[in-house]
Design a binder for this molecule. Sequence first.
Ligand code: ADP
Ligand code: MG
Length: 311
Amino acid sequence: MSQNAIEIRNLRKTYRGMKGAPAKEALKGVDLDIPKGAIFGLLGPNGAGKSTMINILAGLVVKSSGTVRIWGFDQDQNPRQSRAAIGVMPQELNLDPFFSPRGALEVQAGLYGVPKAQRKSDEILEMVGLTDKAEAYARTLSGGMRRRLLLGKALVHDPHILVLDEPTAGVDIELRQMLWSNIRRLNEETGMTIILTTHYLEEAEEMCDEIAIINHGELVARDSTTNLLGRLDTRTLVIEPAEAIPALPDLDGITAEIRADGTLALTYHAKEKDAGDVLEALRDAGLRIRDIRTEQADLEDVFLELTAAPR
Ligand code: ADP
Ligand code: MG
């Protein structure tokens, strides 16, 4: 049995243009493996193709070509099994306004053929904090409650894989915390594979073990979060000088900048130099140091570098 929860090969999607609009190639031949048990982040700017990919996994969008295996089941050859392995919380808040949260969970369980005796509506309502709203009309629920209900709906059939499309876009901090602790717990306690898209890079950095970055329908990076962060070659040392600096020192291969707070930021390439070289150059320039710290590149730097328009 494969160690991958998801295997995507040469996945393409072209949306036909409606009413004379040109066709849109949203996915241009993507290959991607997502390991079992991971919290996996799919990142990319708006329009990159993230939702298209996720909706294909969910069976909500029909791919143009390529193969998708979900938990070992080919989506075309074993549609029922592959569908049963995955639960999706969509980006749009599409809920039937006339169902209560309990009703919506029951209908969803019915759609997935979960026998009544095996349904866990109460448990799910409790987990997403909707127990006291169990019988309220969905149209009376706040945006945050709807989002939690959508998470609950994705879980009714106990899927191996949970996919969340921008789960925390536009939600308040409290709800975000709640969603994240739920997701972490599902991953830790049940080993559920989690795939999420987000444009909060900080969140991906904190939550995800592995990350794929997609841009204009193509995969531009796929690595562990740690490796992606380590990939950036630029390093910055920030020096607090012992006395005011009269002029910028001229240091070979090091970019120096005096910041508004009086510190001196020194940027260099790790391939060419190390911090010791930088300090030596400073000593040679006669600069005395009171304090020193390093600045790490974050995911945002990596992301910008990989998705920047070619110049
Ligand atoms: P993301 O989720 O990364 O923001 P999407 O997958 O939603 O990106 O969209 C990828 C591209 O496909 C965009 O250019 C978008 O306008 C286009 N697109 C998405 N859905 C449709 C659709 N139903 N019909 C036509 N074009 C679409
Ligand atoms: Mg999207």
